[in-house]
Design a protein around this ligand. Structure first.
Ligand SMILES: Cc1cc2nc3c(=O)[nH]c(=O)nc-3n(C[C@H](O)[C@H](O)[C@H](O)COP(=O)(O)OP(=O)(O)OC[C@H]3O[C@@H](n4cnc5c(N)ncnc54)[C@H](O)[C@@H]3O)c2cc1C
Length: 478
């Protein structure tokens, strides 16, 4: 019997697990996928929002403003890329200027530091590629960019290092109330726990309805993106937003932590049964392109290296749902975590830990908690350190991904770690082979070979991303 079971290994579930591992608790994360961070957390804008956008008084405003300043420390502890580059919301007409004023006032109410409305000259000085018809902008210097899936993976690794059990490939199918807690029925087993924390992203309403009254619905909303090659990085140094509209924060243009440019997203409501539909579509991707050029006319879309999409878990209540269920004591929903969910994650995790502590008499601290998780990025080491590492392990001397300069040593490390990679995309999200210009065209087969060797699997069983995404279907010359 566990003390706490967390359903869902996205950034929210993993953050809560890591925070809870600071206490003497028997904790498990139950995840339906074969990898952590494979839901909404793997596909979003990865912006740590300044916090001026959410309506004052909402949970979104509270957790965004509290979460943003926590990123420096946690990203340092976990070796996760995070850059506080600041954001600009652009205005092109008087109506937009009114919106900027509203956002500024909200920012002041949300206690966001150092925001200011700047004029056209200042905007052009900061970002010369922004279109000439800009008339002003809201500048938020504390906004940043983060490796979103890297963060969720690092949290899972660190939680596992600190004793959290990771139960992958287990889809929760039902939950039953039992005397001293809950019985969770997955496609593979029964798991008992005193407390259950529902962090199931776009499926959080379904999980809630297994055990409690239906009090909210999740509306899936897809957003699509372009990723441009690093050679396009000159176009902006800040996160560039347009004024928000009824569809949300709108289409942005921003650098990524790895030096690419991200452009998107749109917002498209999907049907209830389309929660996993991650395809990109020509109409929506064209809308993104046509909207983005209103910020920067000369975006070099010919440098696109990939398109992708992510699905938002939009709650019909309009705000995050973070509370113990009224009719299922010990069952805590952390649901409807749409944007700014990533930015809010550190503060949400701390809040949920307080909820658990209130319900748990005599919770003791885990004195052995280790906050550090380290990552070797070979390319970023000094010449001396590189030589030292290659001497110790020659696999660091073999470059597998030539676009991103990733060595076999880094790939092996990403597989062997606690909560390590099991798929080609899992390796890509941890060590980055295949994240560059050729998108795995050259290194993909090598990564498959390494995965097969390290996991002791037949290479035909190595999948791209998830259970049915086979790459090889059989031998041609058997
Ligand atoms: C287009 C887009 C742009 C965004 N941009 C930003 C941004 O710039 N900044 C920001 O702060 N936020 C942003 N967000 C929001 C942010 O991505 C989310 O708030 C965050 O990723 C939510 O994390 P999560 O852990 O709640 O959900 P997820 O990452 O989806 O994790 C939920 C997990 O639960 C698992 N699961 C589901 N059902 C079951 C089951 N039955 N059994 C077991 N496991 C189950 C899933 O497999 C998944 O791994 C954006 C979102 C989208 C879609």
């Amino acid at each position: 019997m566990y003390n706490v079971v967390i359903i869902g290994a996205g950034v929210i579930g993993n953050f809560i697990a890591r925070e809870l591992s600071k206490y003497k608790l028997n904790i498990a994360i139950v995840e339906k996928d074969s990898e952590v961070s494979n839901g909404t957390t793997k596909a979003n804008s990865a912006i740590v929002h300044g916090g001026y956008d959410a309506k004052p008084g909402t949970k979104m405003a509270k957790f965004n403003s509290e979460g943003n300043p926590m990123f420096d420390k946690v990203c340092k502890e976990l070796d996760v890329p995070f850059k506080k580059i600041g954001s600009l919301v652009l205005a092109f007409n008087d109506e937009d200027m009114e919106t900027l004023k509203e956002l500024y006032d909200r920012g002041i109410e949300n206690k966001i530091p150092n925001i200011e409305i700047i004029d056209k000259n200042k905007v052009k000085e900061m970002e010369p590629n922004i279109n000439d018809d800009v008339i002003g902008a809201l500048y938020s210097p504390t906004a940043g960019i983060v490796g979103a899936y890297e963060l969720a993976i690092a949290l899972a690794e660190n939680a596992a290092d600190n004793g959290v059990e990771l139960i992958l490939n287990n889809e929760v199918k039902d939950i039953e109330k039992i005397d001293d807690g809950y019985k969770i029925l997955t496609n593979k087993q029964e798991i008992k726990s005193k407390y259950v924390i529902n962090c199931a992203g776009v499926y959080a309403d379904k999980i809630n309805n297994m055990v409690a009254k239906e009090t909210f619905k999740i509306i899936p909303k897809r957003g699509q993106y372009y990723i441009l090659d690093k050679s396009a990085s000159y176009i902006t140094n800040h996160v560039i937003f347009q004024c928000p509209n009824k569809f949300g924060k709108g289409v942005l243009v921003a650098p990524t932590v790895h030096g690419n440019i991200i452009v998107g997203p749109d917002s498209q409501e999907l049907n209830d049964d389309q929660r996993d539909e991650l395809q990109t579509t020509s109409d929506n991707i064209e809308y993104v392109r046509n909207t983005a050029v209103k910020s920067i006319e000369k975006i070099p879309f010919n440098k696109t290296i990939t398109n992708f999409s992510g699905v938002r878990a939009e709650p019909d209540t309009g705000d995050f749902i973070i509370e113990e269920s009224q009719d299922a004591k010990g069952f805590i929903n952390v649901a409807g975590i749409k944007s700014p969910g990533l930015s809010s994650a550190p503060a949400i995790a701390q809040y949920v830990v307080e909820l658990v502590k209130e319900r748990y008499d005599g919770l003791e601290k885990n004195k052995d908690f280790n906050p550090r998780r380290e990552m070797i990025v070979f390319n970023e080491l000094s010449k001396e350190k590189k030589a030292e590492l290659i001497k110790k392990d020659p696999r660091y001397g073999r470059v597998i991904c030539r676009c991103e300069n990733i060595t076999e040593g880094e790939i092996v490390d990403s597989i062997r770690k606690n909560a390590g990679a099991t798929t080609v995309d899992g390796v890509k999200r941890r060590a980055r082979p295949g994240a560059g210009r050729c998108q795995g065209g050259f290194c993909g087969p090598r990564v498959m070979e390494i995965l097969a060797r390290e996991l002791n699997k037949d290479i035909e069983k190595i999948v791209k991303d998830g259970n049915e995404s086979n790459i090889l279907t059989g031998k041609t010359k058997s």
